[in-house]
Design a protein around this ligand. Structure first.
Ligand SMILES: Cc1cc2nc3c(=O)[nH]c(=O)nc-3n(C[C@H](O)[C@H](O)[C@H](O)COP(=O)(O)OP(=O)(O)OC[C@H]3O[C@@H](n4cnc5c(N)ncnc54)[C@H](O)[C@@H]3O)c2cc1C
Length: 309
């Protein structure tokens, strides 16, 4: 049971911050599984985040943050920590064109969908976001996960990052102060879950419609090999150095392997799909089975890319 929930709700009501009790987490993860959150909070701007920081300071130092939930698996249990969702706010896109030097800086909020950033770039003839084709989720989640593919990722276009720490400090980091790696971001002196990404600035090159669509075609072709349109979390495992996780899982014969309504996709073995009423425990069972067999048969340790909360 979340301690002081009555006091926390009082603060939220007083400050007009939308929140839900007993929120069904399956609605907030793209694989549509998970339990319930005793309290889900939906800050819409930085003022709301500072109130959330006060709540954290006074009542509950540990919390979850969620963007689009396209890389997050919630366990089936009841979550007695506040879940902070970026679904409702932080949706601004502001840009500045430098015609002389043929580039543009775009500042956008953490709640902007990656697909909207891509559409914005296409409409205004700026290149850099093509890798985002077919990647769901928000900018905040994409920065945290360093989303992308082998050709490009968020790291390549980010200029700077705005965060608010759980202690209520607003900080701006230039790209060279951030440590991006494969599907990961580290911020100096901060633990992984101790801050909120509120916005980021990107540097995009001026381009032409033809060039942008040519680049997008490459990513479109890649996405044809994935079970898009099915309930999933994208790739479950990181690719081990020099290998493809999907290929390894295919080689051990696990394509189509199912547990309850969860199944290893027939189209792409690094995807697990929810065929109907899968539980998170079914997905976790499949993940463990895959890991054990790959270790036994291939002597390779697979690590999950998805966040399990
Ligand atoms: C069909 C499909 C295809 C996909 N294809 C790709 C792909 O090609 N490449 C790729 O890299 N990924 C891919 N993904 C995975 C996923 O879409 C990306 O990782 C995406 O960037 C996650 O964004 P999100 O907002 O949904 O993150 P979430 O799942 O909501 O969160 C991911 C992590 O970021 C943290 N987080 C989110 N928002 C914030 C914030 N504002 N402040 C602080 N922390 C935050 C969360 O706490 C969590 O740790 C795919 C997923 C699906 C379902």
């Amino acid at each position: 049971m979340l301690k002081n929930i009555i006091d926390i709700k009082d603060v939220l009501k007083k400050n007009n911050i939308f929140h839900l009790e007993n929120a069904n987490l399956s609605l907030y993860s793209t694989i549509k599984t998970g339990g319930f959150a005793e309290l889900m909070i939906f800050p819409e701007n930085e003022t709301d985040i500072y109130i959330v920081c006060e709540i954290i300071k006074n009542y509950c130092p540990v919390f979850y943050v969620i963007g689009g939930g396209s890389n997050t698996l919630f366990k089936d249990e009841i979550v007695n920590l506040p879940v902070i969702s970026f679904k409702k706010g932080f949706k601004y896109i502001n840009y500045n064109i430098n015609n002389k030097e043929n580039y543009c800086t775009v500042k956008a909020g953490a709640g902007v969908l990656l697909s909207r950033m891509l559409n914005f770039s296409i409409k205004n003839n700026f290149e850099g976001f093509e890798f985002a084709y077919g990647i769901p989720g928000t900018l905040g989640g994409a920065v945290k996960m360093n989303a992308g593919s082998k050709e490009s990722n968020i790291e390549n276009i980010i200029n700077s990052l705005d965060i608010i720490t759980k202690y209520g400090d607003r900080l701006n980091f230039k790209k060279n102060q951030l440590k991006f790696s494969y599907r990961n971001l580290e911020i100096p002196d901060l633990n992984e879950d101790d801050y909120f990404i509120v916005g980021a600035e990107f540097l995009l090159k001026s381009s032409t419609e033809g060039r942008i669509s040519e680049k997008i075609d490459l990513f479109k072709a890649r996405k044809m090999t994935q079970p898009l349109g099915k309930r999933s979390l994208g790739c479950i495992f990181k690719n081990p150095e020099g290998y493809s996780a999907g290929k390894i899982i295919d080689e051990i014969g696990y394509k189509g392997l199912s547990q309850g309504d969860a199944a290893v996709s027939e189209k792409h073995a690094n995807f697990i799909i929810n065929k109907g009423n899968a539980k998170s425990s079914d997905i976790l069972d499949l993940i463990n089975k895959i890991k054990e067999t790959v270790l036994m048969e291939k002597n390779i340790e697979l690590n999950t890319e998805i966040k399990i909360k």
